[in-house]
Design a protein. Structure first.
Length: 243
């Protein structure tokens, strides 16, 4: 059983506020901190809250660095479904973070290995991730680390599971347009973060959260590795609360 802090909130909006408090505290105490960021539906209330707090002068992103978890293979940063585009639209364009201080894996790289290594190196040169934000997939994936027979260490290319492509097709015109592969930080990259904050809302996340928190640690449920991380906070709404 995980020793994580599990915070139950009423709804996604409250989740956004509680998570934003953690970001605000970190940025105030360490203005040049390194954030690990996620895309998807779950972090949206948090990003809205961060934008509001930045506009209100409560959070200053001018020295913050950020590294995103993942990106679809083949999509350019200006493709509306790319994760770079998502981050620009939902956070970066609305706060005072410097463009050169934001990194997302390059979906159009021609040299996968070099890109993945450079990604890890940049995070290392920044001094490592202070706070890693995660959502969780229905199959327990974090980033795009899908269930498999091992825990991948570093940033790498992955084939996407059908369940993940189906879950993400809501953003595309059809399932055929959903990429079949992606680049993602590894489980090792995530586990190296000093602090992990996982956000999950909705009844459809309850079962996988239970397995993550209370089931065996197994690469078949990638998020279960978080049971071995010393500083994990899970913020979930009443519908997703698994305990
Ligand atoms: C996105 C990511 C994914 C999502 C997960 C949950 O960068 O890394 O692991 O966090 O697929 O997605 P939502 O929040 O849309 O349910």
């Amino acid at each position: 059983m995980i020793h994580a802090r599990v915070i139950k909130v009423k709804n996604p909006e409250e989740m956004g506020k509680v998570a934003a408090d953690l970001f605000e505290t970190l940025i105030q105490t360490k203005p040049a901190c390194v954030l690990g960021l996620a895309t998807g539906s779950s972090p949206l209330p948090l990003y809205r809250e961060l934008v509001e707090r930045c506009k209100a002068g409560k959070i200053d992103f001018s020295r913050v660095r950020s590294a995103n978890l993942d990106e679809y293979k083949g999509l350019s940063g200006d493709h509306p479904q790319s994760y770079r585009y998502f981050m620009q639209e939902n956070l970066f364009n609305h706060v005072n973070i410097k463009p050169e201080n934001t990194i997302v894996p390059n979906g159009q790289t021609e040299d996968v290995e070099a890109m993945c290594q450079a990604y890890e190196k940049q995070i290392e040169e920044w001094g490592g991730v202070d706070l890693q934000l995660l959502g969780i997939g229905h199959d327990g994936h974090i980033g795009f680390n899908e269930p498999t027979d091992h825990f991948p260490a570093m940033t790498h290319e992955v084939e996407l599971e059908e369940i993940t492509r189906q879950a993400n097709k809501r953003f595309f015109n059809s399932i055929d347009e959903v990429p079949t592969a992606a680049y993602t930080m590894g489980i090792g990259t995530v586990m190296a973060a000093r602090k992990v904050v996982l956000v999950a809302t909705g009844a459809d996340k309850k079962e996988i959260l239970y397995k993550t928190l209370c089931g065996p640690v197994t690469p078949q449920v990638p998020a279960s590795i978080l049971q071995f991380h010393p500083d994990v906070t899970i913020i979930c709404d009443e519908a997703a609360y698994p305990l």
